[in-house]
Design a protein around this ligand. Sequence first.
Ligand code: ADP
Ligand code: ZN
Ligand code: ZN
Length: 731
Amino acid sequence: MPFCPTLRVALPVPLPQTFDYLPPAGRPAATADDVGRRIRVPFGNRELVGVVEGTGATDAPATLRAALEWCDGQPLLGGELLASLRWLARYAHAPLGEVLATALPAPLRRGEPLPETQDWAWTLTEAGHLGRDRLRAGTRPQRLAELLATGAVAETLLPSHLDGWREACRALLKRGFVQRVAIAAGAVPAHPLAGPVPNPQQQTAIDALTGADGFQPFLLDGVTGSGKTEVYLQAIAHCLAQGRQALVLVPEIGLTPQMLARFRARLGIPVQALHSGLNDGERARVWAAAARGEARVVVGTRSAVFTPLPQAGLLIVDEEHDGSYKQQDGIRYHARDFALVRGKALGVPVVLGSATPSLESLHNARAGRYTHLRLQQRAGDARPPAVRVFDVRKRPLQDGLSPDVLAGIAQHLQAGNQVLVFKNRRGYAPVLLCHDCGWTAPCTRCSTPLHATPMTVHAGGRRLQCHHCGARAPVPLACPDCGSLALQPQGIGTERLEERLLQLFPEHPVLRIDRGTTARRDALAQTLATLGEAPGILVGTQILAKGHDLPRLTLVVVVGIDEGLFSADFRASEKLAQQLIQVAGRAGRADRPGEVWLQTHHPDNALLHTLVNGGYHAFADAELAQRESAGFPPFAHLALLRAEAKQVEHANAFLAAVRQAIPATTAVEHYGPMPAPMPRRAGFQRTQLLLSAPQRRALHGLLDALLPQVYPLPQARRVRWSLDVDPVDLY
Ligand code: ADP
Ligand code: ZN
Ligand code: ZN
């Protein structure tokens, strides 16, 4: 029996292996050039689109099915990107086919061709040049013909030249006077605007980045407003001058129209944005433009880390500490970490920037693995804000605000300034409490007999909503347990703060800014625009992102940090410290010094002390020391195996079977099965098994051995399970 060539295809199915197929009819050979091409194959009684991952041979072709058809002539995923994604599949211990599907925009995942990326323009034909004099003067077709007589005009620019250009164009097209021609995307460069002269620390950073030869990781550690974005812009300009592409990752809330406008104006070329607000077709177009090398600068959120960069020169991860870089379902990758992997494979520098670097990155910088660049002053003349801690114990609070704080707000408003009241809790109040029996309104889909997940009071106290599963319910008229009418919203959310501030400061605008009010990307800018330069109050959660200059903001009041001081999550204090520093950074720019006031019932808390008196780096030192002694990341490496099922016995049985398969000799410690910190969510019971090892290698060695045994477990069929390597939160 002769050997028959086969294709090894990675398919988007939750199975660990790849699948062998015979090449499609009509082209029996399979070559190394096929690797990275998409192909349509039969799978069970379905058809799937997969990616050829390798080639092989078989002496029993009758046992294999033939692939149906190629989707690509050339490999779609080649070289570095495919290699990096293979690495990711191994690291996440996830099926390669699912990783590839995660990396591709939806239309490409479905097998659609790589979209066209050129722009279109209209020109006059020969007949048009000859015949345009015969058009009646002053009509739209005549005016359009006159415009096009000077040369091709891009379709995107035509509306600004002529209202109703489409009808005019159609009329000319009927006469054969015009034609549509393709032009290279973004063929209309503008003059880049000059930026400010860098200060010495910025210059040192710029020199380091532009002088990097090949892969080099940098931590650009600069206080808020120290001019990190200026450093990025200069490094990108240098990269463009070398004819290379740059990729900039930003957190979901950081990618604002203002930020894109700043990039476009300063670089003088189109900047492609990739974010969750785009439709599938737009995403695929940006992906394709990058793959063809046409997109020179791509600015995007988490999944933009999968952008192909055939001429890569620089990767930037702004606000690298931000939690939105971690994908929390499906393939649980971390975009910052994957950017480093890609930078290494591409041989280009990678910049991680933040005013509050993650403890992981600080640890790497201190160990010499990253070049540590620091910007310690605010750019221009802006001075850092003064921070004060207010002890509110035994002070009468009005919806959580102490008299001193209210007086301070009044003072800043009188001076014509703006005030931000920061509260990291959406809604009106966290819980609805019965004053007579202590009942609190639970989410029935997320609670267990032992663990009640409260619903949050919204809509000024009329509606209950669960922030975990989205369930909604009206507020009951009476307590379901004791019948009392004494139901009271407890605790304070942004909605309730807004209501109270409106009462107290009726002559000033009060704007609430949180995920509830700014679901759309430009809504925040519009809301801020209504405030303008006038004195007023902003009430917000951490959604108040950078990218919006608030030069009139002189006072930031932080209320309700106490919940964050006492959380079970080992990352809670890091997150709290980052939030405090970030929100404090919003106060005081340029000519107006800012103040930050923290209200707390725990003025002696060690974390607050260190943070307020020593700053973020002193906090980070203390926190790293604590993590080291407790054996938490970055001094340990974690993986979390989660299982959920309608019946908790099924979830536990699955994890118990996994635990059984762990060899007794391993250096990896395991904890569980135990209930997840949120043991029920949307009707599913959730349990987990935590694996922890001092060395990354030990953890991955165990997972390599373990996972092939987990997939076929009979208990696996009764649960939804997932593996999260380097989990960011343990929920
Ligand atoms: P970051 O990204 O660190 O928050 P930005 O780069 O946005 O800081 O800079 C903050 C502000 O300071 C911006 O308005 C920017 O134009 C200005 N700025 C940055 N660098 C300089 C400089 N060297 N001289 C004067 N102004 C600067
Ligand atoms: Zn009651
Ligand atoms: Zn719920």
